[in-house]
Structures are given as structure tokens and as C-alpha cells.
Design a protein around this ligand. Structure first.
Ligand code: MLT
Length: 206
């Protein structure tokens, strides 16, 4: 028997070769984004881990020192841990590791962005809802084969437009094909975000 991948997670097998890696926000769980994943691509497999760090009992994907101030050592460690989990989960569930698309919200979007920058070989594309710059890597990764959608809120009290722009710039300098959009919203997701992401997945990633 193969070893069980070591994050608490949900896996929903799909009909196509694509897998959506669903990464929840602070205080979420592995179940949170499953309906969103089904809405974005009803044919994809869904892999949804639960963040291993707890902040006052709330699961997260890495530690933070304050709102928007990250524990970079923990972030690097957790990013590598999640990337390694994906490799073993891809073997375990026999999913195509060249067609993994991250869909992250808030803290989940930040670890997805970190994975793009630190382990650029893992994801083929990423949808980042309400993301910020997680870290600036020492060496610029090669993301020339990677597509990224960044979807932000105009009135987000956590992610400023400048911060979102900085993330888009960082990913573009690494060669990624980046689309960035702002909607009339705060930190919460809207149906506009979901409609855009669904359409982008069909048009850009297929
Ligand atoms: C983070 O900690 O990743 C960001 O501040 C977003 C959040 O989870 O609130």
C-alpha cells in the first residue's frame, strides 16, 4: 500500500486530467472551497488540504507575526512541505502532475504565490484571490510556462492595490503570463471573481 499523503485533505476524483488544488483562507478547512472548485471546473479532480498551522485555533498554511507580516522561515518550510505533499498526492491518486492549477483564497492564495516563487515546477497555473506578496525569492524563478490570474477587491482593507501590483510585477519578471483584475469588493469573494476565474480557466488554461 502506498503511504497516505500527510496533510488532512479532501480528494474528489474528476473526469479530466486537470486537478484544482484548493487552498482555503485563515480559519477555513479542507471542505471550504470544494463547492467553488466544482463551480470553476466540474470535470477537474479536486485536492483540498487543510493548513497545518493554528492561529488561535484557526487553520492557516503558515505562521504570521501580524496581519500581513509573515514568519518567512515558517513560510518557506510550509511551502516546501505543501509542494512535497503535492508530489506524493499526485502519485497516490495517479493525477497528472503537469496539470495542477492552484485556486487559493487569502492565506491560501499567499501560499500558492509562495509556491510559484519557491517551487516553480509544481503548479502549471494559479488563481489567486485576494493575494499579496508572500516573500521575495533570492533568485528569480523561471515561470515562463505558468499562467496566473490575480483577482483583487478595490476596497480590500488587507491587500492594497499597490501590493497586488507588486505581486503581479514579481511574477511577470519571472516570466509568468499574469492577468490581474480588481472588482468592487473588500477582502470577501464575489460572484464576479468566480465568473472571471471560470472564464479564465476555459480561455487561458485549456
Ligand atoms: C495572510 O496572513 O496570509 C494574509 O494576511 C491574509 C489572511 O489570511 O488574513
Amino acid at each position: 500500500m502506498r503511504p497516505q499523503p500527510d496533510f488532512i485533505h479532501e480528494f474528489v476524483p474528476g473526469k479530466s486530467d486537470r486537478t484544482l488544488l484548493l487552498l482555503h483562507g485563515t480559519g477555513g478547512s479542507e471542505r471550504d472551497l470544494v463547492p467553488l472548485g466544482q463551480e470553476l471546473d466540474p470535470n477537474a479532480s479536486l485536492l483540498s488540504p487543510r493548513g497545518k498551522t493554528l492561529e488561535n485555533g484557526m487553520p492557516r498554511f503558515f505562521r504570521r507575526l501580524a496581519e500581513g507580516v509573515f514568519d518567512l522561515e515558517d513560510l518557506r518550510k510550509r511551502t516546501n512541505e505543501l509542494a512535497d505533499f503535492l508530489i506524493s498526492a499526485a502519485k497516490h491518486y495517479e493525477i497528472d502532475n503537469k496539470q495542477i492549477v492552484a485556486v487559493g483564497y487569502s492565506n491560501g492564495a499567499n501560499i500558492a504565490a509562495s509556491m510559484l516563487l519557491v517551487r516553480p515546477e509544481i503548479l502549471s497555473a494559479a488563481i489567486l484571490f485576494r493575494a499579496m506578496v508572500p516573500l521575495v525569492p533570492e533568485t528569480t524563478p523561471d515561470l515562463s510556462a505558468t499562467r496566473v490570474l490575480i483577482s483583487e477587491g478595490d476596497d480590500d482593507p488587507i491587500v492594497s492595490a499597490a501590493e497586488a501590483g507588486r505581486l503581479a510585477g514579481l511574477l511577470r519578471r519571472a516570466g509568468a503570463d499574469v492577468t490581474i483584475r480588481f472588482f468592487q469588493s473588500g477582502h470577501e469573494l464575489t460572484t464576479d471573481d468566480v465568473d472571471l476565474a471560470r472564464e479564465w480557466l476555459t480561455r487561458v488554461v485549456d
